[in-house]
Design a protein. Structure first.
Length: 456
C-alpha cells in the first residue's frame, strides 16, 4: 500500500473516531498516531511515545477494532502499536530517552494514569430498566451524596452491560454538580501498572498521595488487581483509609467478590461490606428502549420493525454488541444507500442473529411437493380423483396447514376447493399417520427434509 493510501486510511479511521469522541482529553491520545502498515486485517500504528502507546493499548484498541468492523468491515482486526523510533539511530535514541524521561515526570504529575471520564456516559444517556434498576438507583444516590451508609457500591455483571457507563455517569454528575469534589477514575489494570511503576521509580509516596486525596474513587474492573499481591496490600490500605474518611468508593467487576480468583480475603470482605448490585442482561423491551435512545442521541433513523427484529433475534446479550450491530446497520445503509429492511439485515448480517427457521410460503411448499411427484399445481387444482393426483394434493394441503399460518379457507382458495374438502384431506393424512401407514409416514419425512433444505 502506498504511503498516501496509508495516510488516507488512517485519516478516514480518525475521522470516524472524531465523530464518536468529543472529549479533547481523549483526542489527544489518538491524534498523534500514524499508520505504519495495513496488511490484510492487521493494522500497525505508530505512537510518538510510550505513554500514548500504553494508553491506546489499554483504552482504545477494542474501540478501534469496533470502528474497523463497523465502518470498514474488517472483522477481527489486529491492531499493533509500535513505538516511534524503532528504526532510530543511537543519537536519536539518547535524545529520545531524555525526552521520554522528561515526559515520564510530566505525565505522572499530569495524571496520565487516571481514566478520563467519557462525557457521553451520563445518567441521561443511560436507559434504566429491570436489568439495571438497582445499580442505577445506587449510583444516582451516590452521585447525589446520599449513599454514605452504603459504601462501597460494588457493581457486577457480564461484559458490555453498562457497568463502566454507570460509573462514569456518577463521575460526570459530580463534576457538574459538586465541582469542588475530587473524582478519580481508574481501572484495576491501570492501578496495578501504576503501582508497580511507582515502586520501580521510587514514587510510591506520590502515588499514595494522589489516591488518598480523592473524594470519590471510581474503580473499574477491580478484578484485575488480584494479579498482584503487593498491589492488593496497597489497595487494602487505600480502601481502608478512604472508607474511614467517609469517601465514596464505587467498584465494578465481572463477578462477585468471592468469585474473583486470588483476591485477598480481606479485600473480598471489604467489598461485601457495602451495597452489592448486579446488572443483568436486558430484556427485549429494554433492548428496544436502548436502541431507540441510542438512535435519538446520534440522530440516526432505523425502521421500527428492524429495531424490533434486532432486539428479538440478536445472539449476544451484551449491550455493547447490540449497539455495535445497530452501528453496522446504520453504516451499511449509508454506505450502500439502501433502505434497511428486515430481509436486508437477515441476509447481510445473519451471523449476528439467532437462526430461526424461516416460514415457507404455501407456494414454496407446493413447489417442493410438485417436484417430488413430478406434477404441476394445475393438476392438483383439477377435479381429477386419480390416485397420483389425490395423494400429492392431500400431502400439500396437510403440509401447508401444519407449517404456515394459512387458514382452511385460504388453502381452499389455492386448490380451488371449499374449506370442508380441505379439512377432509387433512383428517385423512392425520388418520394415516396415527395408523403408522408406512407410505404416509416416510413420504412426510422426506418432504419435511426437503422443506428444511429449502429454508436455508
Ligand atoms: P461494561 O463496563 O459493563 O462492560 P459498558 O459500560 O462499557 O459495559 O457498556 C457498553 C456499551 O453499552 C456502552 O456504549 C454503553 O454506553 C452502552 N450501554 C450499556 N447499558 C446501557 C444502558 N442501559 N443504556 C444506554 N447505553 C447502555
Ligand atoms: Mg467496563
Amino acid at each position: 500500500m502506498a504511503n498516501n493510501d496509508k495516510a488516507a486510511s488512517w485519516q478516514h479511521i480518525f475521522n470516524e473516531i472524531k465523530e464518536k469522541i468529543t472529549d479533547e482529553e481523549i483526542l489527544k491520545w489518538i491524534k498523534d498516531l500514524k499508520t505504519v502498515s495495513i496488511e490484510a486485517n492487521t493494522i500497525t500504528l505508530e505512537a510518538p511515545n510510550k505513554y500514548i502507546k500504553m494508553w491506546v493499548e489499554d483504552h482504545y484498541v477494542d474501540y478501534l477494532k469496533e470502528i474497523l468492523k463497523n465502518a470498514f468491515h474488517i472483522i477481527d482486526a489486529n491492531i499493533k502499536i509500535t513505538l516511534k523510533g524503532n528504526t532510530e539511530t543511537e543519537k536519536d535514541k539518547s535524545l529520545n530517552s531524555s525526552i521520554e524521561e522528561k515526559e515520564d515526570k510530566q505525565s505522572y504529575s499530569n495524571d496520565y494514569y487516571s481514566v478520563p471520564l467519557n462525557k457521553q456516559y451520563t445518567f441521561e444517556t443511560f436507559v434504566a430498566g429491570k436489568s439495571n434498576r438497582f445499580a442505577y438507583a445506587a449510583c444516582m444516590n451516590a452521585a447525589k451524596g446520599f449513599e454514605r451508609l452504603n459504601n462501597p457500591i460494588y457493581i457486577h455483571g457480564d461484559v458490555g452491560l453498562g457497568k463502566t457507563h454507570l460509573m462514569h455517569a456518577v463521575g460526570n454528575y459530580i463534576r457538574v454538580n459538586f465541582p469542588k469534589k475530587n473524582v478519580l477514575c481508574v481501572t484495576g489494570e491501570l492501578y496495578l501498572r501504576e503501582f508497580l511503576n511507582s515502586l520501580k521509580t521510587n514514587r510510591l509516596h506520590e502515588f499514595n498521595n494522589k489516591y488518598e486525596a480523592t473524594d470519590v474513587l471510581l474503580f473499574d474492573d477491580v478484578q484485575f488487581i488480584s494479579r498482584g499481591e503487593a498491589t492488593m496490600e496497597e489497595f487494602f490500605f487505600l480502601f481502608s483509609k478512604l472508607y474511614s474518611n467517609d469517601k465514596q468508593i464505587i467498584l465494578t467487576s465481572n463477578s462477585l467478590p468471592d468469585d474473583i480468583i486470588d483476591l485477598d480475603r480481606r479485600l473480598s470482605s471489604r467489598f461485601q461490606s457495602g451495597l452489592i448490585v448486579e446488572i443483568g442482561t436486558p430484556s427485549v423491551d429494554e433492548k428496544i428502549a436502548i436502541i431507540e435512545n441510542y438512535l435519538k442521541i446520534n440522530k440516526y433513523y432505523i425502521k421500527d420493525e428492524v429495531i424490533k427484529f434486532v432486539a428479538e433475534n440478536i445472539k449476544s446479550d451484551s449491550t455493547r454488541d447490540l449497539l455495535g450491530v445497530i452501528n453496522t446497520i446504520v453504516v451499511k445503509g449509508q454506505l450502500y444507500n439502501v433502505e434497511v429492511t428486515v430481509d436486508y439485515i437477515q441476509s447481510e448480517l445473519k451471523n449476528f442473529f439467532l437462526q430461526r427457521d424461516r416460514i415457507l410460503s404455501p407456494n414454496e411448499i407446493i413447489q417442493i411437493v410438485c417436484d417430488y411427484y413430478n406434477i404441476k399445481l394445475v393438476d392438483m387444482q383439477s377435479k381429477s380423483r386419480a390416485v397420483n393426483i389425490v395423494i400429492p394434493r392431500n400431502m400439500s394441503i396437510y403440509l401447508i396447514y401444519k407449517n404456515t399460518p394459512s387458514s382452511l379457507a385460504s388453502i381452499g382458495a389455492i386448490f380451488k376447493r371449499d374449506h370442508s374438502t380441505i379439512k377432509n384431506s387433512i383428517n385423512k393424512i392425520e388418520r394415516e399417520k396415527a395408523a403408522n401407514n408406512d407410505y404416509t409416514v416416510n413420504t412426510l419425512k422426506e418432504l419435511s427434509n426437503r422443506m428444511k433444505v429449502f429454508q436455508k
